[in-house]
Design a binder for this molecule. Structure first.
Ligand code: GLA
Length: 384
């Protein structure tokens, strides 16, 4: 799907040009998983799979149609509240609500066509892409100004309090603040970003297991609660402030599951910092070790991997040209991320896909990603 497809569908439906086109990317995360709601470090990048919304102002209620998932029940964007709108349109309605809640006034009603190639449940955050697309769209149409990091926070509030998933800020920040050709080392406490370049000889590959995520929100929210329990036991504001030494000292007094959850977060923060240094120095062996350790920690201590994700990661590790690979995103299905030598990409692909199929019985899909700019709204008409 492309921007053009959304605009053409809009013209067919409404017989006019849209007032605005909003574009927002999905994200891939190189390392730093399940650290963001612990005030820790993450290393995502916005990618060239995006959501597009073509829209115009409307008199009455907001009407949304998705070219992939159908027509949503109309709602009044000016007054919409949590619980009013369900399924995919909740991300749109939730943004109108969250922007209003943040004190920027009522959002106008719209007629919109939504389209995109960020598949739902594949681990590249279609939800944040939708939130940011509607975020920039409403900011444009309401003629207000909201700095992008603030809009990312508002989108997180939409996800937490409208949709009901207690996610961190990583996906929204990546979709809002991505930069072409760059990954972003993000401190989720201060929201400081250091943009980083992936060495020229490497490419970032999204390795889709083609297994939809299951049980995500309940298992995700449960992990978050366990992390809060661990912080309390360790006497810190967030696990970002804890270290392995103090964790080991408290081990006997802690629930063993909570202990392992904390061990993942503490070691993952450290791996994320080390990954940044290794990327700067182009130390490919080190990058690979850190990604391997990250996957193992997510599989064994955090227990968010799945047989398909393990099969995909193992297929990557065994393939020619693979510098490193691990599951990416929340887990429980979805995708792995791999760093691959560009000149061996074909050999990598030819090795991974059959091996993954043999282990899982499924056809996976590999996509080399371009690292991309964050969300933006552009005028839908030349003279607007
Ligand atoms: C999901 C959430 C993010 C983050 C990741 C795991 O993508 O939306 O906030 O917690 O899972 O790292």
């Amino acid at each position: 799907m492309s921007e053009q497809a959304a605009v053409e569908a809009f013209r067919r439906k409404y017989d006019c040009d849209p007032d605005v086109i909003a574009i927002a990317p999905g994200r891939i995360n190189l390392i730093g998983e399940h650290t963001d709601y612990n005030d820790g470090f993450v290393f995502p990048a916005a990618i060239d799979q995006r959501m597009y919304v073509a829209a115009k102002l409307a008199e009455r209620e907001s009407e949304l149609r998705s070219m992939e998932t159908g027509t949503a029940k109309p709602f009044d964007a000016r007054t919409v509240n949590p619980g009013d709108v369900k399924e995919w349109a909740a991300y749109a309605a939730g943004m109108a609500w969250a922007i209003r809640e943040a004190g920027y006034g009522e959002m106008p009603n719209i007629q919109a066509i939504v389209s995109g190639d960020v598949p739902i449940g594949s681990g590249i955050s279609s939800s944040a892409a939708l939130e940011l697309a509607f975020g920039v769209l409403w900011v444009y149409l309401a003629k207000i100004e909201i700095p992008m990091p603030r809009l990312a926070q508002i989108a997180q509030k939409c996800e937490n309090d409208y949709v009901g998933v207690q996610s961190g800020i990583m996906d929204q920040m990546a979709s809002a603040m991505g930069r072409e050709g760059k990954a972003m080392f993000l401190d989720t406490r201060s929201l400081d970003i250091e943009y980083a370049t992936v060495p020229d000889h490497l490419t970032v590959v999204l390795c889709d297991t083609k297994t939809p995520r299951a049980l995500t929100s309940s298992a995700y929210n449960e992990r978050r609660t366990q992390c809060e329990e661990a912080s309390k036991a360790l006497g810190v504001i967030a696990l970002r402030d804890a270290d392995l030494e103090s964790l080991e000292k408290r081990k006997q007094a802690m629930d063993p599951v909570v202990y392992r959850r904390a061990r993942h977060v503490i070691t993952e923060d450290e791996r994320c910092i080390q990954f940044k240094a290794a990327l700067e120095q182009d130390e490919t062996e080190r990058l690979g070790q850190l990604m391997l350790q990250s996957h193992e920690s997510l599989r064994d201590d955090y227990e968010v991997s799945s047989p398909a994700l393990d099969a995909m990661a193992e297929a990557c590790w065994a393939a020619p040209g693979c510098v490193g690979a691990r599951m990416t995103g929340a887990g429980f299905g979805g995708a792995c991320v791999a760093l691959v030598e560009i000149d061996q990409l074909e050999d990598f692909r030819n090795s991974v896909l059959p091996r993954y199929k043999e282990a899982s019985g499924r056809e996976g899909a590999l996509t080399a990603c371009q690292l991309s700019d964050g969300a933006k709204a552009v005028p839908g008409r030349k003279n607007s």
